[in-house]
Ligand binder design. Structure first.
Ligand SMILES: Cc1cc2nc3c(=O)[nH]c(=O)nc-3n(C[C@H](O)[C@H](O)[C@H](O)COP(=O)(O)OP(=O)(O)OC[C@H]3O[C@@H](n4cnc5c(N)ncnc54)[C@H](O)[C@@H]3O)c2cc1C
Length: 468
């Protein structure tokens, strides 16, 4: 058997993060009708931050949060834990979609991250935060050129960035594929354990009096008098308002189904590295996350017990009909591909085995960042579609969702980022054809030194993004 297949033989399906002894016991489902002022649907970062911020703004507000399976079981407990201040996948993307707002959005993102970290302190949430920044590496000449350009621009703008040429980057993290590196180490960007963050937020919300029901899927929503009626599997919630935080999952709201699609992303986690293996890759000291500058990029990091989690690359995909069911979650071929790509990057780790494999859904919008919205005369709001950059941004999304419901609205509601409608994804079969074509075009660009074909150039002109 090839070593990359052998490395997968004892893996367990499921997120490494959620597989911890101190995972809290699930809370009981909703089994009877309930009333509240605010119903939050979805127990990932967005829903949990919404509950916390609503209680901070209005301590007396009666809040129910329902989660269809378990808190953190969606993207929030399955991600890379890379925490970034950016709300929009960088200033360039903000400038593309919301001209004139990139500085303001940048400030809001930094403030959001600062407040997020202050909340961790305030509520005693040990999310294993490490302020280590992030490294982007180049693995071919065209990537070196684009990374160098990014370095020059960001340095000129005063950012704390460090350039590594080929020798230097291989000294920092030893992969024969690296040709250059750019370490962004200023600010508060870093790493967290995403499941611990979810569980900490859940405990904080409960301590403030939020009523949380797990194993409680929302089935349908309708207006009722001046409020809303939310029918769940074994009970109905009558509420004044609803904040929807279901991200890439099938939504009862048509505007969400049109503006966000589920892109599957797969991850592997290795066993803890031995001291000899750590020495062979020389990454143990800086511990920043790493991603490469490719279109179909990999992103990876070290955990506190010295494992590597590895995701992205050629396995990222979309299934016809926006499928999110378990049938596509455990795709052997995609994990084999991920494993092969891992050992191409770190051949000196041959023999290392993976302990966990899992898939998760990224809510992708055509603008590469959060899409907010309202329905039923602003009795319902949502914030979805972070397109793979939601660990930090979801807290801001939750704030937008609350303010759209009229809870202490502020000037952020005037931003194009909040007001401008996102371009919808086309219906099937165009959706599948377009995404699949884009995926092939991106892989093709990677295989040909970054040369963008006609299709990618057209998308660039239309400012349409793909999975990230
Ligand atoms: C593999 C992977 C890697 C990623 N890596 C990173 C990263 O390193 N850095 C980063 O910034 N971002 C990353 N992301 C993105 C980030 O995880 C998400 O943007 C973020 O978690 C979104 O949080 P959320 O609460 O909006 O959505 P989710 O965490 O998906 O939560 C939605 C919740 O709603 C629940 N739900 C759905 N439908 C219903 C219903 N009908 N009734 C009740 N509940 C319902 C779901 O069960 C789920 O728990 C990654 C995502 C994935 C999938």
């Amino acid at each position: 058997m090839e070593p990359y297949r052998e490395a997968l033989t004892d893996t367990k399906y499921g997120s490494l993060w959620l597989d911890q002894d101190d995972r809290p016991e699930p809370l009981a489902p909703l089994t009877k009708d309930e009333n509240c002022q605010l119903l939050i649907v979805g127990g990932g970062f967005t829903g949990l931050w919404a509950a916390l911020q609503a209680k901070e703004r209005m301590p007396d507000c009666d809040i129910i949060l329902i989660e269809s399976t378990a808190i953190g079981d969606g993207a929030s407990g399955r991600n890379g834990g890379m925490l970034h201040a950016s709300l929009t996948h960088g200033a360039n993307n903000a400038d593309h979609h919301f001209p004139g707002e990139k500085d303001r959005i940048g400030q809001l993102g930094r403030r959001n991250l600062k407040e997020l970290l202050e909340s961790l302190e305030r509520y005693g949430i040990d999310a294993r935060y490490e302020n280590v920044g992030s490294m982007t590496v180049a693995t071919d000449e065209s990537q070196v050129a684009s990374l160098r350009g990014a370095y020059t621009r960001r340095k000129a703008a005063g950012a704390d960035v460090v350039w590594f040429d080929q020798d230097e980057i291989q000294q920092a993290v030893n992969s024969p594929t690296y040709q250059a590196g750019l370490w962004s180490r200023g600010g508060q960007d870093g790493l967290v354990d995403p499941a611990r963050l979810c569980w900490g937020l859940k405990a904080a919300a409960l301590s403030l009096g939020v009523r949380v029901f797990e194993d409680t899927p929302l089935m349908s929503v309708s207006p009722e008098g001046t409020g809303m009626r939310a029918v769940c599997a074994h009970g109905t919630v009558h509420s004044d308002k609803i904040l929807v935080a279901t991200n890439a999952f099938p939504s009862p709201f048509r505007p969400i189904r049109k503006s966000v699609i589920p892109i599957w992303d797969y991850q592997l986690a290795t066993e803890p590295l031995t001291p000899a293996q750590l020495a062979a890759i020389r990454w143990g000291e800086t511990r920043h996350s790493v991603s490469n500058e490719a279109e179909m990029f990999h992103y990876y990091r070290m955990t506190q017990d010295n494992r590597i989690t590895w995701g992205g690359g050629g396995s990222v995909c979309y299934y016809y009909g926006s499928r999110t069911d378990p049938g596509v979650a455990d795709d052997r071929g995609r994990f084999e591909r991920l494993s092969k790509e891992f050992f191409e990057t770190f051949p000196q780790l041959e023999g290392l085995r993976f302990s966990h494999r899992w898939g998760g859904i990224i809510a992708s919008s055509t603008r590469f960042c959060m899409v907010p919205g309202v329905a039923y005369d602003s009795r319902v709001s949502w914030a979805v579609g972070y397109t793979g950059l939601g660990v930090g941004a979801s807290r801001f999304g939750a704030r937008v969702g609350l303010e759209l419901l009229g809870y202490q609205p502020s000037e952020i509601l005037d931003l194009q980022f909040v007001r401008k409608r996102a371009l919808n994804w086309p219906p099937e079969p165009l959706r599948w054809a377009g995404v699949t074509l884009t995926r092939h075009a991106m892989a093709n660009a990677d295989a040909h030194g970054g040369k963008r074909g006609l299709w990618l150039k057209l998308l660039d002109r239309l400012h349409v993004g793909f999975a990230c």
